[in-house]
Design a protein around this ligand. Structure first.
Ligand code: RFL
Ligand code: PHB
Length: 394
């Protein structure tokens, strides 16, 4: 098989890149290790920045988010048992975020790709990338026991944190920065009305972090901070609801509608960046090149801004015959990524209980939270990062 861009991974990065390239008239093939149902079954992000919504519209897949996405004009911080609204909309001159799940984003992209008849190979085993140090890169894979090959001009590594693309780069050409946090998030999805349908609620309590979010007016997503070695089996639904109620303010706790969980999982928290994001004709995008802790909801949004930059870089190459886009891709993407890394790290540090955060560390958190909700300048810093920084900040 021959194509212009071989995309590895059919998560949000790979599918959105495929859609944007198709719009620009650039051929692409996606190779995905899993089945479509497996990809859709992973319950992950839920909050989209305006720039991400705009990209879905630009890629021709905005109908779902426009119809079912729920606008949030504010967030709330809960600490010392009291709720503090942050008017994100007012503080940013009218920007907002939209609640619309990663599963829905992925399904919309998959459906559009199927309708357009664009090639996606699911259950592609042993995907392997070759010769990306020259201008005739290749990808090999196995399907139904057969060894197959894709010849291409470029390879886009959209294959997530554990993918094959970053792992194929010679160790001396890549630098990795990492911070692992000493706790995880236990997440529950349940078909119950959200306790706070108009604002995402982030809680800091003596028992640890909590988060009240949603997927729709009838589906809620809640999280509590948990020890890294905790097991999902140790958390009955009742234990989860009791724990969540004990970490938020009494009024909110009294209003939580509980019900059976339809998904329950524990995710570790990590900050990670690999630099650079281009190696000859191989590019990395999304979780393949960086991870943020989910506090602040930046993971999926960063994946979207990476592929927006990569698709315009490739369009410059094919349409304008200019190398500038692909030469600048890594530097341009990393400038935005590091700022989102900083924001996610800061909000994580502010909202969680750390094993060693007694005494001085605890007092610093309390002072910062108090400052944040009473200073307009500090609230603005939170708000402008929460809605998402511009693609380029000069
Ligand atoms: P994905 O979604 O991981 O997709 C990568 C795809 O590549 C495939 N793949 C391969 N295909 C072929 N050959 C190989 N060798 C392959 N290796 C992997 C995989 O099967 C997969 O389909 O990366 P992408 O597209 O860059 O998208 C990034 C987002 O998924 C991610 O940033 C967010 O979901 C992060 N994240 C969250 N972000 C938020 O903003 N809010 C959240 O609440 C939130 N929760 C989460 C999360 C990430 C989690 N992970 C990674 C464990 C919760 C979890 C549990
Ligand atoms: C979610 O809805 O899953 C969600 C919302 C906000 C976050 C992280 C996750 O910061």
């Amino acid at each position: 098989m021959r194509t212009q861009v071989a995309i590895i991974g059919a998560g949000p990065s790979g599918l959105l890149l495929g859609a944007l390239l198709h719009k620009a008239g650039i051929d692409n093939v996606i190779l995905e290790r899993q089945t479509p149902d497996y990809v859709l079954g992973r319950i992950r992000a839920g909050i989209l920045e305006q720039t991400t919504v705009d990209m879905l519209v630009e890629a021709g897949v905005g109908a779902g988010v426009k119809k079912d996405g729920i606008a949030h004009h504010s967030i709330e911080l809960v600490f010392s048992g009291v709720r503090h609204p942050i008017d994100v909309h007012g503080l940013t001159g009218g920007k907002l975020v939209t609640a619309y799940g990663q599963t829905e984003v992925t399904r919309d992209l998959m459906d559009a790709r199927n309708s357009a008849g664009l090639p996606t190979v699911y259950e592609a085993a042993n995907v392997s990338v070759h010769d990306f140090d020259g201008d005739r890169p290749r990808v090999t894979y196995q399907k139904d026991g057969q060894m197959l090959e894709v010849n291409c001009d470029f390879i886009a590594g959209c294959d997530g944190f554990h993918g094959v693309c970053r792992a194929s780069v010679p160790a001396g050409s890549i630098t990795e920065y990492e911070k692992v946090y000493p706790f995880g998030w236990l997440g529950v999805l349940a078909d119950v009305p959200p306790v706070s349908p108009h604002a995402i609620v982030y809680g800091n309590s003596p028992k640890g972090f909590s988060l009240c979010s949603m997927r729709s007016m009838t589906r809620s997503r809640y999280y509590v901070q948990c020890p890294l070695d905790d097991k999902v089996e140790a958390w009955s639904d009742q234990r989860f609801w009791d724990e969540l109620r004990s970490r938020i303010d009494p009024e909110l706790a009294a209003n939580i509608v509980t019900g059976p969980s339809i998904e329950k999982s524990i995710a570790p928290l990590r900050s990670f960046v690999a630099e650079p994001m281009r190696f000859g004709s191989l590019f990395l995008a999304g979780d393949a090149s960086h991870i943020v802790p989910p506090t602040g909801a930046k993971g999926l949004n960063l994946a979207a801004s990476d592929v927006k930059m990569l698709s315009s870089a490739l369009a410059q190459h094919y349409v304008d015959k200019s190398p500038n886009g692909i030469d600048n891709y890594s530097q341009r993407a990393l400038a935005r990524i590091w700022k989102a890394e900083r924001f996610s790290w800061w909000l994580t540090s502010l909202m969680h209980r750390f094993p060693d955060s007694e005494g001085f560390g605890q007092k610093m958190q309390e002072a910062e939270l108090d400052y944040l909700v009473h200073s307009k300048a500090a609230s603005m810093v939170l708000a402008e990062n929460y809605v998402g920084l511009p693609l380029d900040q000069h």
